[in-house]
Design a protein around this ligand. Structure first.
Ligand code: NAP
Length: 315
């Protein structure tokens, strides 16, 4: 018998957004070492679409019915035996490795719970984990040095907006590839916008025009041939990182560091502090009720979100 009634996003087989539904579920008191959190915001990510569509059925199969989501922020409801440093009623954020964040409640190990600092609101905190740690790992991978020029493809998206700001904090000149409607946002972040053209050749021309001297490193967050473009520009393979184009990475011998390579707790805490200190601004492009989860993913899957989409499970 569960101690609390709640709701959670579920799907029962691989497929499109139509497979998503919200189920009534129960949440028990947390086991020793664990924390039960009422979720106020849960960021959504393209990787969840890939999992749901079965793209990783061989490597990371789903168990059905499957829950969904890694990113969350909320308020502690109860702590299990032995948990210290976190108490009911506190504002927290963190992650789950159990595909379980998109729910009214999430039950996580205490080590995956961080205090949410003043100045970091819940929707932003709930959008940070996957995109933020991917951005941290991508930037670290290419080892950017002050004064260098780094290109970011997919600069306006969830990962992109964080990555470009982390690069700027390292005093790097950043060229951000994005559609023209996002160029003002890139300029606000002191990034030089570069439009992608109708063909890769046209995009390459635009990059060359924006960086007449040299591109030292490339952070690819979109795929679709940007790894090959970076090589064509003469960027060293050891200074190109992609989080999406794994075939291109294999062909060109470039890096593929992402969320799995981050130090989850340390990097997430640092990202939260940067936001709280106004050194990093994460655009929350839209918030959806849990019941509208299909609409949220339909929007995300257009691949033109400027920033992050979050679910708001208490609304
Ligand atoms: N390996 C990992 O650890 C890891 C972690 C997180 C994410 N990822 C992957 O990284 C990718 C990005 O994730 P995300 O959360 O940032 O996605 P997102 O928020 O959906 O962003 C997609 C961005 O791509 C841009 N875009 C669309 N067409 C483009 C083109 N032809 N050239 C350049 N940019 C283009 C869009 O900008 P415009 O609207 O301006 O076109 C949009 O801002 C996804 O494929 C995701 O699966 C991997």
């Amino acid at each position: 018998m569960s101690t609390r009634n709640g709701r959670a996003v579920r799907y029962d087989r691989y497929g499109g957004v139509e497979e998503l539904y919200v189920a009534e579920v129960g949440f028990d008191d947390p086991a020793p070492g664990r924390v039960l959190v009422e979720v106020h915001a849960a960021g959504i990510n393209p990787g969840e679409t890939a999992l749901r569509e079965g793209a990783f059925a061989d490597t990371w199969p789903s168990e059905f019915p499957s829950g969904q989501g890694s990113d969350w922020a909320g308020v502690v409801v109860a702590v299990g035996e032995g948990v210290t440093g976190v108490e009911p009623g506190e504002d927290v954020f963190g992650w789950t490795d159990d595909r379980a964040a998109q729910a009214t409640h999430v039950d996580v190990p205490a080590g995956q719970v961080l205090h949410r600092p003043a100045g970091l609101d819940a929707p932003t905190a709930g959008a940070l984990y996957i995109a933020g740690t991917a951005a941290v790992a991508s930037v670290a991978a290419v080892d950017p040095q002050p004064g260098e020029t780094v290109v970011v493809s997919g600069a306006a998206g969830g990962v992109g907006q964080i990555a470009v700001q982390l690069l700027r904090l390292r005093d790097v000149e950043v060229l951000g590839i994005a559609s023209e409607r996002n160029h003002d946002r890139l300029r606000e972040m002191a990034v030089t916008p570069v439009a992608y053209g109708a063909s890769p050749a046209r995009t390459l021309e635009n990059v060359r025009a924006a960086a007449p001297e040299r591109v030292h490193a490339w952070v690819d967050l979109y795929g679709g041939g940007y790894v090959a473009m970076a090589r064509e520009l003469g960027v060293d393979p050891g200074r190109i990182n992609t989080i999406i184009d794994f075939a291109g990475a294999e062909e060109h011998g470039v890096l593929t560091r992402g969320t799995a390579d981050a130090d989850a707790r340390e990097d997430l805490a640092a990202l939260g502090d940067l936001v709280a200190d106004s050194a990093l601004e994460v655009t929350v492009a839209a918030g959806y009720r849990l019941a509208d989860v299909r609409d949220a993913y339909t929007e995300l899957e257009k691949r033109h979100t400027a920033g992050k989409i979050v679910l708001l499970p208490q609304e």
